[in-house]
Design a protein around this ligand. Structure first.
Ligand SMILES: *[C@@H]1O[C@H](CO)[C@@H](O)[C@H](O)[C@H]1NC(C)=O
Length: 159
């Protein structure tokens, strides 16, 4: 199920107090909220320094927003059906390597990314929306966006 951007995520969050989450979860990482098991996993504001274990590989939407993640390189590649990913409001210092090519929406706002190199995105040909607002971006290599044939929304604003 595609999210309608961050408002949709927020709505889902507010609609899911912990008690309700407990009722909804089947196999869900501790502390996370799993809606429609296997499809949408929310692990937000948990103080995570690493990705949660036991996120189902079939997950199509994952949010680990508002945590303390510094590096998720290659850890998400096994999620071959992941379409929506939020890593916003973490401590990532560079664009994550080894993201799954199935991604359609990638939210990276409010991290500490400084450079977008030409290889970082080249395998993400299904990406339609990329949110990089409020990072510390100094440079985007000219070829960095090549191959993103479906990209419709690219957000780079710094406030
Ligand atoms: C990219 O999108 C197409 C069309 O929706 C789909 O058939 C294909 O499997 C997707 N690629 C990946 C790697 O998920």
């Amino acid at each position: 199920m595609p999210w309608s951007g961050c408002c949709g995520v927020l709505l889902i969050l507010f609609a899911c107090p912990p008690v309700v989450c407990l009722l909804l979860l089947t196999s869900c990482p501790p502390g996370c909220c799993c809606l429609q098991p296997g499809s949408l996993v929310l692990c937000e504001s948990l103080g995570l320094r690493s990705l949660p274990d036991s996120v189902p590989l079939s997950t199509s939407g994952l949010s680990v927003a508002r945590n303390h993640l510094c590096n998720v390189d290659h850890l998400l590649r096994p999620f071959s059906g992941l379409q929506e990913l939020s890593l916003s409001q973490n401590h990532l210092a560079r664009f994550p390597h080894g993201l799954p090519p199935s991604l359609q929406t990638l939210q990276l706002q409010e991290n500490r990314i400084t450079y977008i190199t030409s290889g970082a995105l080249q395998h993400l040909g299904n990406l339609t929306r990329l949110d990089l607002e409020d990072n510390r971006i100094r440079a985007i290599q000219p070829a960095a966006l090549w191959g993103l044939n479906r990209l419709q929304v690219l957000l780079l604003k710094e406030s």
